[in-house]
Ligand binder design. Structure first.
Ligand SMILES: C[S@@+](CC[C@H](N)C(=O)[O-])C[C@H]1O[C@@H](n2cnc3c(N)ncnc32)[C@H](O)[C@@H]1O
Length: 342
């Protein structure tokens, strides 16, 4: 959707997960600093909860936010205008895998003025809006075309319907197993392959019903809908969620200034594994570097406390990991500083 579009849409409010923890972490080294300008990025604007809090917290803060969802962007432009943040808050319509090139092409002057990024945030996955806005095809609770594209006005992104009806049975099984950790992936892929011979599978209800009958009877009507894992797997495949995550972390690391941080909130073990692995690799590879040294701040991930879990049960699987660019490596050996050996 173009800027200024008049499409009428209400964006479902989204509870910003681990907001205080993220903000405190992002600002930790800057609040007391005498820097005149700070630069932050939020690669997943969504409902704007984290983004607006970043800009509100300090008048020196500039922020570049990304999202690829037309609804989030339309709502975001309105919010930024209402708050009067247009001078400091820039909202970009793009997949965050292009962050490096967009920043270089459009915001290099701002980066130079601020001396690099003070902190970059990613709050991964889809927002409440995607599930609550039934016609987007993310939810098995509302009957809708099987779409699941976050970037819903981009015809180059294959829809879930395309995947379900064109991928081979073996590919479908792999996706359900890898991205959904679905125990009945083989059965579901086989059933899809049979069913689409008669008629393409087009809607969320058609797929959810098919999956239900691939589950043993005693598991069909439990607390967790049998279609949950299949829908998660398809969503990840449609939006290449794991691929873009692995791609973007090494891309944004060199953009940090000293004391700059990357904060990532993930919602399932597949994402968290990638973040943990990439952070460890970056820390390890920087061991011999003179000036680009990174340290993982969160040896264990930060998770929501009881109050947050009460307020928003959807946050129960959230994990926040943080990596920081430091000026010098911590002395690991506690006796090293007393050593007289030259
Ligand atoms: C969990 S929500 C973020 C919520 C936000 N932090 C808030 O407080 O409202 C994730 C958002 O990131 C967007 N998103 C996910 N992956 C993306 C990607 N690769 N590129 C751009 N935007 C992405 C989604 O469209 C969604 O709006």
């Amino acid at each position: 959707m173009d800027e200024g579009s008049t499409k009428i849409m209400t964006y479902t409010s989204h509870y910003s997960v681990l907001k205080k923890e993220c903000l405190d972490s992002m600002y930790a080294d800057w609040e007391e600093s005498n820097e005149e300008n700070l630069l932050f990025a939020d690669l997943t604007f969504g409902g704007g909860g984290h983004s607006l809090a970043i800009v509100e917290r300090d008048k020196r803060a500039n922020l570049i936010s990304f999202d690829q969802d037309p609804d989030a962007l339309a709502n975001g432009r309105k919010l930024i205008k209402e708050k009067g943040f247009e001078d400091r808050h820039h909202l970009v319509d793009s997949n965050f895998c292009h962050f490096g090139e967009v920043v270089k092409g459009q915001y290099q002057e701002l980066v130079d003025k601020c001396g690099g990024f003070s902190a970059i945030l990613m709050d991964l996955g889809v927002s409440s809006h995607h599930f609550d806005e039934g016609n987007r095809g993310f939810s098995f609770r509302v009957d809708a075309p099987l779409d699941m594209r976050m970037d819903s006005d981009n015809d180059e992104v294959p829809t879930a319907q395309h995947i379900v009806n064109t991928y081979s049975e073996i590919e479908l099984e792999r996706i359900f197993k890898e991205f959904g950790e679905e125990k009945f992936s083989k059965r579901i892929a086989k059933k899809i392959a049979e069913q689409r011979e008669e008629k393409p599978i087009e809607t969320t209800f058609e797929l959810a019903e098919l999956v239900k009958y691939c589950y043993p009877i005693k598991l069909r009507y439990g607390r967790i809908n049998p279609a949950t894992k299949t829908f998660q797997a398809l969503r990840i495949e449609v939006n290449r969620e794991l691929h873009v995550l692995s791609e973007v972390i090494p891309q944004i690391i060199p953009l940090l200034k000293i004391n700059g941080k990357i904060c990532v909130i993930s919602f399932h073990s597949l994402e968290d594994r990638i973040v943990k692995h990439e952070f460890k690799k970056i820390e390890k590879n920087s061991v011999d570097s003179e000036d680009e040294i990174y340290e993982v701040v969160t040896k264990k991930p930060i998770v929501p406390g009881e109050v947050e879990l009460d307020e928003n049960p959807r946050s129960r699987s959230a994990k926040l990991r943080v990596i920081k660019r430091v000026s010098e490596r911590k002395v690991k050996n506690k006796y090293a500083k007393f050593s007289t050996v030259k």
